[in-house]
Design a binder for this molecule. Structure first.
Ligand code: 09M
Length: 423
């Protein structure tokens, strides 16, 4: 693939930072005398050791030598032991065809990000010029909309149903262009499709394998990238997981965003991008002059993951998934008890969210932003997830990740009272 056609003007202008080049060369030969980088002297770090107690009572120890590494600058793409663990995980879970490719063919590359939000914003910065056409599932994750809208691109809404993006609707949208246009320079074909394939935020939908295959074929035909933002991959409640776009990426056109926020910690701010090396390398260039993931949190996470091994990690995420399944079922029970006849919803098969359509009203904004909050219930109005945030919508997003079953029951009882008063 010709990746240069996808780069924004800003990304194409980015250059390798020399101190980074020298640092990585020196890392390969520890006997090198370092008088190049402005590294703080580790003998004067005030933190000497740390011990972390895990849920099973065992501990993770960070001794003096490891602490000196943890508090120091490190390679922008990520610390080596963490990257190799992540690569093994991606190979086991997705077995990307690109793992066997050469770098310029789109070889699978990984970089660590400060949460997947950081990764997403850098991917958008890498790809978007003002006026570019981009395809977004509708409704879409609110913070992606917040990141994309200021970049001045033309966001094209892709309709969804209870399974997510409707491939036939996407095909209809793309019929405005001819596939052969993709070969022309400066064509205005859409640059990418952004989707949350599992437990989508806000709608809770999950794409079937068949839909993903149809979407991927359309991406091949019209030559656009796929940004697979998948924070709820491990929160799929069905036993058989749908194959990821990364797993079917024979062209090297998928950029996958993973995060530890929903399965280990949101506060550690750790995610990672997996994608074609020519594109991931552009994100790394951006990171060299902006946010580099914390060495300390990478070391802490890497120590945990190496202690668990892949088997222990997957056992952990399965426990988390089972917890959110029971949370989902508690919220569905509360909805059945209080909202029947007043609202409509689909049963999420993954993730943390219930997407509720309130019946009898065209706009739920004031009900949610004023009346519900006054009664002590916090939900998110559907406008937050609309590409056109001024358009009225009867939808609201509820999250079952945090409240107890009893609190969910109370919340929906209050919401039911409010709907009856309003409608
Ligand atoms: C689809 C999709 N992609 C990326 C991310 C970002 O994950 P991270 O940067 O790796 O932590 C998310 C996190 N979603 C949310 C975050 C959040 C943070 C504070 C307050 C509220 C929040 N609500 O409501 C959210 O949905 C997500 O749902």
């Amino acid at each position: 693939m010709d990746y240069s056609q996808f780069l924004s003007v800003v990304s194409a202008a980015r250059e390798e930072n020399l101190t980074e080049v020298i640092g990585s060369l020196a890392q390969k030969n520890p006997s090198v005398i370092m008088i190049s980088g402005g590294l703080p002297n580790p003998n004067y770090f005030p933190f000497k050791t740390a011990s972390f107690t895990l849920e099973d009572g065992t501990t993770i120890e960070i001794g003096e030598a490891l602490m000196k590494r943890a508090l120091q600058y490190s390679s922008t793409k990520g610390i080596p032991e963490f990257l190799s663990w992540l690569k093994d995980l991606q190979m086991s879970l997705h077995n990307p065809p690109t793992a066997k490719y050469s770098p310029d063919q789109g070889q699978m590359e990984i970089c660590v990000t400060t949460g997947s939000q950081d990764g997403l914003s850098k991917v958008f910065d890498m790809l978007v010029n003002p006026g570019d056409n981009v395809l977004l599932e509708d409704p879409s994750y609110s913070r992606t909309l917040s990141a994309l809208k200021p970049l001045g691109c033309n966001i094209i809404k892709v309709p969804t149903d209870k399974h997510g993006i409707i491939p036939e609707a996407l095909k209809e949208i793309l019929s405005r262009w001819r596939p052969e246009d993709a070969k022309k320079l400066n064509n205005n074909l859409p640059k990418f499709l952004y989707t949350v394939p599992n437990g989508s935020n806000p709608s809770g939908t999950s794409l079937t394998a068949d839909c993903k295959k149809k979407i991927y074929q359309l991406a091949r035909c019209y030559d656009f990238l796929i940004i697979e933002d998948d924070p709820y991959y491990f929160l799929q409640f069905e036993k058989t997981k749908a194959p990821s776009f990364l797993s079917m990426d024979v062209d090297g056109r998928v950029i996958r965003c993973d995060t530890f926020s929903k399965i280990i910690s949101a506060g550690l701010r750790l995610g990672f991008l997996t994608g074609p090396k020519p594109l991931i390398d552009r994100v790394i260039l951006h990171m060299q002059s902006s946010t580099i993931a914390s060495t300390f949190t990478q070391i802490l996470m890497s120590e945990l993951l190496h202690k668990w091994g892949q088997k222990g990690f997957l056992e952990h995420v399965d426990r988390i998934m089972e917890f959110y399944r029971t949370q989902r079922d508690a919220m569905l029970a509360a909805a059945d008890k209080w909202l029947k006849g007043l609202a409509e919803w689909n049963i999420p098969t993954a993730g943390m969210f219930l997407w509720i359509k309130i019946k009898g009203i065209s706009n739920a904004y004031q009900m949610i932003m004023e009346n519900a909050l006054e009664r002590g219930v916090a939900l998110v109005p559907g406008q937050s997830f609309s590409i056109d945030s001024s358009a009225p919508t009867p939808y609201v997003r509820a999250s079952y990740s945090f409240a107890s079953p009893d609190q969910m029951d109370q919340a929906f009882q209050k919401l039911a009272e409010l709907i009856k008063e309003t409608v």
